[in-house]
Design a binder for this molecule. Structure first.
Ligand code: DHB
Length: 506
């Protein structure tokens, strides 16, 4: 019997299409911002047996020293954390990436920095809302789907992005004896929709909900939980984000945003200004009215166990808590004397803390915040409803489409108020894209780092704050901060990110 079993195992091994081939590696030197890094690179590995789209490939980078039994920043080839950043933006496909320059920050990107810090890096390409079909002309976020097969089948709608990320994690675990790094120290990272993806990977480890989808693409049969999740401005909790947005920006009529348009000469940015119609103002008021019931249903508590609630006017301890978080951010900036902060180079115009109109400053501390004036100063970005658009034209509507349908609604409110022939995405699918639903109901990551700029207006501050509080209240370790003046962006504080990784791996 034992013999039979062994033979069976051998057979599986021989037929193992997902076995990592170490021979494929090459030594590469990458340059960014005047720095160089040499590593072992394994590029373009298909990480599942039945891929639906060419984007489903991953790159692995291993610090050069690990080939000679060396150490980097105290890590060895056996103890190194495995850092898994994603390139998802705007719920578009996020292809696998390589070490290089981050154009936005002008600094080496997170892959480069992670390698300098001794991490093994896995960059996995994941499907997005336009996978398998030609990209629409307008999109938010700046990534194009130039890897899709364009056969018209929409293979990248929800929950494809998280299914692919889980398949990447499973591939790495499947090959744990062959790939350097510690598979019990997997850390995901991403920004915006990519931050939501990192949060999902962190929250929903080993959940059975995703298994049929993982089987469909032929993912390895392994655990897919992670050790830690780093999330910059995660655009998540989408079915509650409209009410949260109006709770924060209700009463503000004008909106301002920049759209990205693809042209033959690259991507151009088109400023778009608008004023909400009377109808949109009505929707805003109705959504605003709905937020307290949702917030109160969560039974959130601060670090002292005080309950955080809102009254019917949207006021109360939860609002005061968020104001406190913004004041903490402003005070830290004051301590850095404004321009001395290393982040100020990346800060939004008009965010100088000393002269910022909505703040009351006493000595070195920000002690008062005029909430309405603050929102007026940072301005509204999206008309109501901000995410589940009544014309089905938002990136999130497209994300919740299906193989056959371009876009669907994902909130009862917008379904009730739709202006078009529309369907609602299935409840289970909506749940599978919401990390808050899985906290403590799956193998949720122990450690979390969440950053959301104090000038970010892509989603309400309530959304990252709810994520952080739900995690903390359920006993997870959370490092949360709203860095002063930072707009919707990520990877601006990579040295601090890797210092945090050292702390949790220590
Ligand atoms: C992103 C930004 C948004 O405002 C949004 O609604 C969805 C995604 C992004 O940058 O990924």
């Amino acid at each position: 019997m034992k013999q039979d079993y062994k033979e069976y195992e051998e057979k599986i091994k021989m037929n193992d299409n997902l076995k990592f081939d170490a021979e494929r590696g090459e030594t590469r030197t990458y340059e960014a911002a005047g720095k160089k890094i040499t590593c072992r690179a394994y590029l373009g590995i298909v990480y599942c047996e039945r891929p639906a789209d060419p984007v489903q490939k991953l790159n692995i980078f291993v610090p050069e020293a690990y080939g000679q039994g060396g150490t980097v920043c105290g890590y060895t080839k056996d103890t190194a954390p495995i850092f898994i950043p994603n390139t998802v933006g705007g719920y578009l496909p996020g292809p696998a990436d390589e070490p290089g320059l981050n154009i936005r920050t002008g600094m080496p990107n997170s892959i480069f920095t992670a390698l300098e810090h001794g991490c093994v890096v896995v960059s996995g390409g994941v499907r997005g809302r336009t996978s398998g079909k030609r990209n629409s002309e307008f999109f938010e976020g700046g990534k194009t789907d130039d890897t899709g097969q364009y056969d018209g089948k929409m293979v990248g709608k929800a929950p494809a992005l998280i299914v692919d990320m889980k398949a990447v994690i499973r591939y790495i675990r499947h090959n744990r004896s062959l790939i350097p790094g510690d598979t019990e120290r997997i850390i995901t990272s991403g920004t915006s929709a990519g931050g939501a993806l990192s949060a999902l990977a962190g929250a929903a480890g080993n959940s059975q909900d995703y298994v049929p989808y993982l089987k469909e693409i032929g993912a390895a049969d392994e655990r897919d939980d992670v050790f830690a999740a780093n999330c910059y401005c995660p655009i998540h909790n989408l079915e509650n984000a409209d009410a949260a947005y109006e709770w924060q920006f209700g009463g503000i009529r004008d909106y301002y945003r920049t759209r990205h348009q693809k042209t033959e000469n690259g991507i151009i940015r088109i400023p778009e200004e608008g004023t909400m119609t009377d109808r949109q103002m009505e929707l805003s008021q109705e959504l605003q009215n709905r937020f307290p019931a949702y917030l109160n249903s969560l039974n959130l508590k601060d670090e002292n166990g005080n309950s955080l609630k809102l009254d019917n006017n949207g006021e109360g301890s939860f609002l005061e808590y968020i104001k406190g978080q913004i004041l903490k951010s402003a005070s830290r900036e004051l301590a850095f004397h404004g321009a001395a902060s290393h982040l100020s180079r990346l800060a939004a115009p008009g965010s100088a803390v000393d002269t910022f109109p909505a703040l009351t400053i006493l000595g070195e501390s920000a002690v008062g915040l005029d909430w309405k004036a603050y929102m007026k100063a940072i301005t509204r970005m999206k008309p109501a409803p901000a995410f589940d658009a009544t014309d089905l034209k938002s990136p999130e509507n497209e994300e919740f489409g299906s193989m056959e349908m371009e876009a669907r609604h994902f909130s009862e409110f917008s379904m009730e108020h739709t202006e078009t022939e529309a369907e609602m995405a299935p409840a289970q699918l909506i749940r599978m894209l919401n990390p808050t639903q899985y906290i403590g109901n799956a193998d949720t990551a122990k450690h979390w780092r969440i950053r959301h700029g104090s000038f970010d207006r892509d989603t309400s501050f309530a959304i990252p704050v709810i994520l952080a509080l739900l995690l903390e209240n359920n006993g997870y370790d959370v490092d949360f901060f709203l860095p002063w003046g930072i707009p919707h962006s990520g990877d601006y504080d990579l040295q601090e990110l890797f210092a945090w990784i050292d702390t949790i791996c220590g």
